[in-house]
Ligand binder design. Structure first.
Ligand code: GUN
Length: 289
C-alpha cells in the first residue's frame, strides 16, 4: 500500500490553517534564510514559503549572496533573533563551504529554531525533554508511521544515513521511551559491514542516502514498511523539465514485496513542510505564553 504523504500533509495544513485563523493577537511569522544559488535549495525554500501562504503564516525570505561572510550572515540572524514578528528561523542547508554551519545553527535563538538543529534542541530530544523543537523530517516520518501502522512499539527500524537533518534525530525520536515508540533502532552508514544482512532485518527501513536505486529488492524483508527519504534529480529527456525526482529506493522492484511504501515525490517531502508549520506555531505559542 502506498503511504500518501501528500494527503496526510494536506490534512495537517488544513488544521493549522483553522488554528491560525482563530488567532486574534497577530499572525505567526517564519523567516527563511537562503544563501547562494543552489537550484534545489531555492525550490525547497519556495515550497516552504508557499505553505506559509496557504495556512496564513507570515513569511520573511532573506536571499543572501553565495559569497556572504560568516560574520554578515550571523548579523542577519541576530536581526531575526531580535525581531518580535519572527517566531521561527530556518537557515536552508547546505551552506557554502566557507561558512561553518554548526556555528550558524548555534547562533539561532533556540526558541526560534524551527529546524530543531540547535544543540539545545538536539540535546532535549536526546534526553526526552519534549519542550524543544524536533527536526521536521523525523517528526513527519514519526507521524506517517503512526498514521499507517498505529503502534510501532518495539519494531526494528533500520535507518540508512546519519545526518543531523534526518538519521541522528530520527534515531533518537523513534527509540524514545514512549508507549507507541520504544523502537529498536539500527543506524548504518557507508562504512557499515554486512549492509544487506542488516537491512533485511528491518520491520521499517528508512533510507536517507541521496542515491537513486540504492535500496534494491534483495535488501528488503517481505512485508516491511519502507519510508524513502531520498530526493534525487535524474536526467530524463522524456520528462517535461528534462529531469525527474526519484527517491533512494528502486521503487518498481521493492514496491511488490513491502507492506507499505512512501512514493517520491508525495511521501516524506510534504510531511517535512507540514511539520515546519507545526514547529512555527509551536514557536508562536512559546513567544505568547
Ligand atoms: N536541507 C535539507 N533538508 C533541510 C531541512 O529540513 N532544513 C534545512 N534548513 N535545510 C535542509
Amino acid at each position: 500500500m502506498l503511504i500518501q504523504g501528500s494527503t496526510i500533509s494536506h490534512n495537517y495544513l488544513q488544521s493549522f490553517k483553522t488554528a491560525v485563523s482563530e488567532l486574534l493577537l497577530r499572525k505567526p511569522g517564519l523567516a527563511v534564510v537562503l544563501v547562494g544559488n543552489d537550484p534545489a535549495s531555492a525550490i525547497y525554500v519556495d515550497r516552504k514559503i508557499k505553505a506559509c501562504e496557504v495556512v496564513g503564516v507570515l513569511s520573511f525570505k532573506r536571499s543572501l549572496p553565495e559569497n556572504i561572510s560568516e560574520k554578515d550572515l550571523l548579523l542577519e540572524i541576530q536581526k531575526l533573533n531580535n525581531d518580535p514578528l519572527v517566531d521561527g528561523i530556518l537557515v536552508q542547508l547546505p551552506l557554502p563551504p566557507h561558512i561553518d554551519s554548526n556555528k550558524v545553527i548555534s547562533f539561532i535563538d533556540p526558541n526560534k529554531d524551527v529546524d530543531g538543529f540547535h544543540p539545545l534542541n538536539m540535546g532535549k530530544l536526546l534526553i526526552g525533554d519534549t519542550s524543544g523543537f524536533v527536526p521536521c523530517t523525523p517528526l513527519g516520518i514519526k507521524l506517517l508511521l503512526e498514521e499507517t501502522l498505529g503502534n510501532i512499539n518495539g519494531k526494528h527500524v533500520v535507518i540508512i544515513g546519519r545526518s543531523i537533518v534526518v538519521g541522528k534525530p530520527l534515531a533518537a525520536l523513534l527509540m524514545q521511551r514512549e508507549a507507541n515508540l520504544n523502537c529498536t533502532v539500527t543506524v548504518i552508514n557507508r562504512f557499515s559491514q554486512n549492509l544487506k544482512e542488516i537491512t533485511r532485518e528491518a520491520d521499517i527501513l528508512i533510507p536517507a542516502v541521496g542515491k537513486p536505486n540504492f535500496v534494491t529488492s534483495d535488501m528488503v524483508k517481505e512485508g516491511a514498511t519502507v519510508i524513502d527519504v531520498g530526493i534525487n534529480r535524474i536526467e530524463d529527456p522524456q520528462a517535461k523539465k528534462g529531469y525527474r525526482i526519484v527517491g533512494d529506493v528502486d521503487f518498481t522492484n521493492v514496491h511488490p514485496i513491502c507492506e507499505h511504501i512512501t512514493p517520491v515525490p508525495g511521501g516524506v517531502g510534504p510531511m517535512t513542510i507540514a511539520m515546519l508549520i507545526h514547529n512555527t506555531l509551536k514557536g508562536f505559542h512559546l513567544h505568547n505564553k
